[in-house]
Ligand binder design. Sequence first.
Ligand code: CA
Length: 231
Amino acid sequence: MNTKVLIIEDEPKTAQSLKQGLEDYHCEVVLAYEGYYGLRLAKEIKFDVIVTDVILPHINGIDICKELRASGVHTPIIILTALSNTDDVVTGFDAGADDYLTKPFEIKELIARIRALLKRTGLSPLPPNILKTRELEINLDRKTVYRSGQRIDLTPKEFSLLELLVRNKGRAVSKADIAGKVWDIDFDTGTNVIEVYVNYLRKKVDKGFDKKLIHTQFGMGYVFIDDEVEA
Ligand code: CA
């Protein structure tokens, strides 16, 4: 069963990226862009975790915690706060929050907090952290890759490259994106490191299989396709 998460966050971009990020980890996410709406949802629907911003229109995250606890809702709550507002943390705990995260943070951190919280409260843990396509199974915790049950050994860079392509499956990922996300460099440096690594990856992932998963889209970049309809 998927972990049900309520996100109360008024900044649409942040809310959407949190939703997307948590969905990548198999969570079922409901968004509320406003405090009262979030509060109502939290009372009406049984969530596994509530993630709330502090500064929200109409009612803030701290008061949401207080109100929920006062009305007997014991769902674990993580509050999101700006670095400059560490006072929020103390107030948040007083109000009944279980944990907090300081913005900006990476989705991985939030997932780790959710896992820890669910474990502590004895609720169902998140399913293993696995990215699956039709033929590939990528375990993001253990850093293992299987294709049709066969183990594929990758170096850390190859693993990151594959993860990036699979997360964008069906969409071309540009060399500039790969350079920035896998190597943390600008693509303008005139390196062919990306072609080289894509070739390494192809040798490991596609060699010996009829169906190729990693494709070149000329002028666009690389695309991972593991779906008969799109192939
Ligand atoms: Ca806010």
